[in-house]
Design a protein around this ligand. Structure first.
Ligand code: BGC
Length: 686
């Protein structure tokens, strides 16, 4: 390495290297850096030995279409990752993805996707995490840390309020400052504080009338000045196209327009030069947006001459194991009458495996949109169950003769996205929202037909969003929600059904009894929005998900945080390390958890907080922390969760900041948002 060139000297500080390189770049070179060269890479600058920076789609692994058609580990849908409530596992997933990005010759993964799950119908819920910013950010922060441990940049997306797909390129989110901050920005605030992501992708939509890519409030005032983000912001692919142009985007602080494609040409050399010549932007504006890009280049080691070993097929057992563990821990047991599950493989002699999702392969090119990861192999639920019971049970096709029927239903993952646009098929997919909360009619019919032949029918759902189960819930003995469980999903499902794995997944979203009960579906204006006016009204404000159900005492079908186990847990002895907190500081809540059943299992201790009295309206309770604990039968463990004063805060629109008011707060502990047997008080003085 050339020691006399500061920006190439890896022993120099990041900021010194960045400033040195910034000073050496000509205006023309800077302009070349802020717009892509093609679909996935930036322009190299030969003179200064700046190689091209390469990106690949995510977030369920490394996508096929952006990795030279590579086959990569396909991880479960990230709504399933959130359902694990397991931060260590999230880190491992990030780390594995980071390694595979490297083996794909890229420097950044376009993920994780973190939009708050505002409605059960958003087409991309499967690649987001939760309706709650604390659960979402705590899991995502670990994914980001894992990815970046490999010197690969993450790209947290889609900033901000791209919470549905209908008219996503043009629609404007109409939202109050408090809701924007307290729910949507808070998600990013916590991710930035905990994991310092090197990249963020800005959305297609407008926020209060201004496209994300030229929205100074969200890109500069919030992201840089309020949240202290130091990485670079890239557009969603083509998101600058509908903006007013280079001046607006640069003034707002956008760092990179992607892709470099003839249809997307706002920050072209010609346009940027014109804006400079006209004095609409100046050199400082340009430096302001180039600097974070250079920082990312330093962070990923773009100047270190490491050989990139591209491999077409990555068949990595260690990563597949992580994928399987996420599938196993993320599955949510929704119903289990009289301990119908787990089954004993040697007791069920004849098994029927039916349903449209039994043999379906999820993981084909472009399937479901940009997170289409094509794995080296794919174990369908059918394959997994067949392998598991091989030599013990017989697989038959007639449900009448079976000891048990596995009915594998759910949603479609969109088919090929090109076909999707032509055929208007719906499912969990990019570019389109669902129009129905229930399963397709054909599947509802299949349930009743199968039950008429055999009441011992277990429903297994393969989907990326909440589904209305009310029509048939009472009729089946057991329901397992497997989400999209990734390339090893079939093995994972079999191990859960036959009790080798005790389910421990907890819902990261509320299931309403009917769609009209849901805060995002009180009117069409709220979802999918007023499509003539091109506005979507987030009129529920801060009352997103369980916050609304609690506030208005609406009974959900399944509450946030819910999930059954094959064993039973008991929580006791809630304690605080201090009963008074003044100003800034931490406090620790501890709880004892005991496995009082007869099977090894895992429980998630969920901690919620309520403000006993406040000058503004607040949700009855909000999740503030959680920890997953693994217990042998009869075993008891203490669990401690450390929080700080930010757990007491709300966003004040008067003062334009987060603040906590002096008073008493109640801390709740339990196993779901509607099962909180323990509580304790803390006094706070501001
Ligand atoms: C999606 C992004 C994706 C990008 C590149 C966009 O349409 O919204 O999530 O990363 O395309 O494929």
């Amino acid at each position: 390495m050339e020691k006399n060139i500061l920006y190439l000297d890896q022993n120099a500080t990041e900021e010194n290297r960045v400033e040195d390189l910034l000073n050496r770049l000509t205006i023309e070179e800077k302009i070349l850096l802020i717009r892509g060269r093609d679909f996935w890479t930036t322009n190299p600058i030969e003179r200064l030995k700046i190689p091209s920076f390469g990106m690949t789609d995510g977030p369920l692994g490394v996508a096929w279409h952006s990795s030279h058609r590579g086959h990569r580990t396909r991880f479960p849908a990230t709504i399933g990752l959130a359902s694990t409530w397991n931060k260590q596992l999230a880190y491992k997933m990030g780390e594995a993805i980071g390694k595979e990005v490297k083996l794909s010759g890229r420097h950044q993964i376009l993920g994780p996707g973190v939009n708050i799950i505002r409605s059960p119908l958003c087409g991309r819920n499967f690649e987001y995490l939760s309706e709650d910013p604390v659960l979402s950010s705590d899991i995502v922060a670990e994914v980001v840390k894992g990815i970046q441990s490999q010197k690969i940049a993450s790209c947290v997306k889609h900033y901000l309020t791209n919470n549905s797909e209908t008219k996503r390129m043009k629609i404007s989110t109409e939202i109050s400052e408090r809701a924007l901050q307290e729910i949507y920005i808070k998600n990013y605030k916590r991710i930035i504080e905990k994991a310092d992501p090197w990249g963020i992708m800005v959305c297609y939509n407008k926020i209060n009338g201004i496209h994300g890519a030229e929205n100074k409030y969200i890109l500069r005032d919030v992201l840089r000045d309020q949240l202290g983000f130091t990485g670079h912001v890239v557009t969603d692919w083509g998101a600058a196209r509908r903006t007013s142009g280079a001046t607006g985007c640069i003034k707002a602080g956008l760092n990179l327009e992607m892709p470099g494609f003839f249809l997307f040409k706002k920050m072209t050399p010609k346009n940027v030069q014109k804006a400079l010549d006209a004095g609409d932007i100046n050199k400082d504006d340009l430096n302001y947006i180039v600097r974070p890009l250079l920082r990312t280049f330093m962070r990923v080691g773009l100047f270190e001459k490491t050989e990139q070993h591209f491999k077409k097929v990555l068949d990595i057992p260690e990563h597949q194991k992580i994928s399987q563990q996420i599938a196993e821990e993320g599955m949510v047991l929704l119903k289990n009458d009289s301990n119908f599950l787990p089954l004993k493989a040697d007791k069920v002699k004849k098994i029927a495996i039916l349903g449209p999702n039994a043999k379906k392969i999820f993981g084909k090119p472009l399937q479901g949109g940009s997170s289409a990861v094509v794995p080296p192999k794919f174990i369908s639920p059918y394959d997994g169950i067949v392998n598991y019971v091989s030599g013990k049970s017989e697989i038959i096709s007639n449900p009448e003769d079976a000891d048990v029927v596995f009915l594998i239903l759910g949603l479609n993952h969109g088919g090929n996205i090109l076909r999707l646009f032509l055929t208007k098929r719906e499912g969990d997919t990019e570019g389109r929202d669902r129009t129905h909360y229930a399963l397709p009619d054909k599947q509802q019919k299949l349930i009743s037909e199968t039950l008429a032949k055999n009441p011992n029918t277990v429903v297994i759902l393969i989907a990326g969003s909440p589904i209305d189960l009310s029509e048939w819930f009472e009729d089946v003995p057991a329901i397992l929600n497997a989400w999209y469980p990734g390339m090893m999903g079939g093995d994972a499902i079999a191990r859960v059904l036959f009790g080798e794995i005790n389910p421990s997944g907890k819902l990261p979203v509320t299931y309403p009894k009917k769609l009209e009960d849901h805060p995002a579906h009180k009117s069409k204006k709220r979802f999918p929005g007023d499509l003539e006016e091109l506005k979507i009204y987030f009129d529920e404000g801060i009352y997103v998900g369980y916050r609304y159900f609690d506030k208005h005492q609406v009974e959900p079908f399944f509450p946030f945080g819910f999930g059954l186990s094959y064993t039973t847990f008991e929580m006791s002895n809630i304690q605080l390390d201090k009963s008074n907190l003044q100003g800034q500081g931490t406090f620790t809540v501890s709880v004892d958890v005991k496995n009082i059943g007869d099977k090894l299992g895992a429980e998630v201790v969920q901690i919620y907080l309520s403000d006993d009295e406040c000058s503004v309206d607040r949700p009855p309770k909000e999740l503030q922390g959680f920890e997953k604990v693994y217990l042998e039968p009869g075993e008891k463990k203490p669990v401690s969760i450390k929080l700080n004063e930010s757990a007491l805060e709300f966003y004040s629109e008067q003062e334009h900041k987060f603040k906590a008011e002096t008073g008493t707060f109640t801390i709740w502990a339990g196993s779901s948002s509607r099962d909180l047997p323990l509580s304790i008080k803390i006094n706070y003085s501001a």
